[in-house]
Design a protein around this ligand. Structure first.
Ligand code: PLP
Length: 396
């Protein structure tokens, strides 16, 4: 097998070619190696593979050629030395934390997190003796004040789900490093197209590849990226021994998704910006949040660390839950879902779905009002998306 390593090429080119392992058949499109295991020429070779004395594959829970292509292509694009793919985004989040932590350690994270990420930090880790402090991630003073002698890692997502708050990655990385801690960034909402956390000082980046990387609503997947040392020390052995590995089939879908990622994300972002402009002044909307706009609460930070806006738009419909439900039910093109990053436009009511686990007081604190909806803008014609939203607003 041969690997192409076109490091000198621009990012979009790397998303098409980097990491390709071409077999003896010379296939154009990456091969799908749907195999659990590998055979050895002789017993001595098996021994050498297991002792790491010879490169090669042993078992697909450890590594697989199609999964390796996905990992190498993502690492090349992200500017990471190493990457390990996982079965889901939540497996990536969980491993990135548990790989570094042990009983007696402490984690700091914002309160504004995707529901499952908040569960891991607030409920799951404490069961194993890892304490956590949740703060307002946009307030740098709170990060400094939350540090304890046993703080090992900071975890953020930016823009956040669902209120699209922006956290200053470089500033938070500096505070983490001064405290002798690491910074993990969940980069799902920004995508690798618009934000490079490692270049801003983060130690680890995680993705739910389920979202924009697949981009067409098919497979679940995740990936963890960082320095070779970070991956070797914290991730590699845990993934291999505990087993939340990405299936080769899903890796193949993700790998092919990477080829079109920039084209899709840029188109979806342009359409999201168009939607934001079309509804910003609408009398039935109390508040519109879009990271590409100058009226975003953290517009300056967004401008500093992001290369583009977002494929997501959040807005508050006047009239609370009843109005938000009426609005969603009146949509004809945009479908109701909790997912995002799909070619199909999707709408979510976070207060009753992704963030229903939080108390009313916790949601109020985060601005997840009963009227808030989050639209993940897809690849339909932008005029059709805008017309659908405007017509549904009429029905409210
Ligand atoms: C910000 C964020 N992180 C992580 C995840 C988890 O990803 P997955 O559903 O692939 O486990 C999601 C999924 O919705 C998400 O929105």
């Amino acid at each position: 097998m041969t690997a192409s390593a076109p490091d000198r090429y621009r990012p979009e080119t790397r998303l098409v070619h980097a990491g390709t392992l071409r077999s003896q058949f010379g296939e154009t499109s990456e091969a799908l190696f749907l195999t659990q295991g590998y055979v050895y020429d002789n017993a001595a070779q098996a021994e050498r593979r297991f002792k790491n004395e010879e490169p090669g594959f042993q078992y697909s829970r450890f590594a697989n050629p199609t999964v390796a292509m996905f990992e190498q292509r993502m690492a090349a694009f992200e500017g990471a030395e190493a990457a390990r793919a996982t079965a889901t985004g939540m497996a990536a989040v969980t491993l990135s934390l548990t790989g570094q932590l042990k009983a007696g350690d402490h984690v700091v994270a914002p309160k504004a997190l995707f529901g499952s990420c908040r569960y891991i930090i607030e409920d799951y880790l404490p069961r194993y003796g890892v304490a956590s402090t949740l703060i307002d991630g946009t307030d740098l003073k709170q990060w400094r004040n939350a540090v304890r002698p046993n703080t090992k890692t900071f975890f953020i997502e930016t823009p956040t789900n669902p209120t699209l708050e922006i956290i200053d990655i470089a500033a938070v990385a500096e505070i983490a490093h001064q405290a002798g801690a690491t910074l993990i960034v969940d980069n799902v909402f920004a995508t690798p197209i618009f934000q490079s956390p490692l270049a801003l000082g983060a130690d680890c980046v995680v993705y739910s590849a389920t979202k924009h990387i697949d981009g067409q609503g098919r497979c679940l997947g995740g990936i963890i990226l960082g320095s070779q040392e970070f991956i070797d020390k914290h991730i590699h052995v845990l993934l291999r021994q505990t087993g939340p590995s990405l299936s080769p089939f899903n890796a193949w879908v993700m790998l092919k998704g990477l080829e079109t990622l920039p084209v899709r994300v840029r188109q979806q972002t342009d359409s999201a910006a168009t939607l934001a402009v079309a509804i910003a002044e609408h009398p039935k909307i109390a508040r519109l949040i879009y990271p590409g706009r100058p009226d975003h609460p953290q517009a300056k930070v967004a401008q500093k660390q992001m290369r583009g806006g977002s494929t997501l738009v959040a807005f508050d419909i006047k009239g609370g839950k009843k109005a938000a439900f009426r609005f969603q039910d009146a949509l004809k093109l945009i479908r109701i879902s909790n997912n995002l990053g799909d070619a199909k436009s999707l709408i979510t009511h976070p207060a009753t779905t992704t963030h229903q686990r939080l108390t009313q007081a916790q949601r109020d604190e985060l601005g997840i009002t009963d009227g808030l909806v989050r639209v993940s803008v897809g690849l339909e014609h932008p005029d059709d998306i805008v017309e659908d939203v405007l017509a549904a607003l009429e029905a409210v």
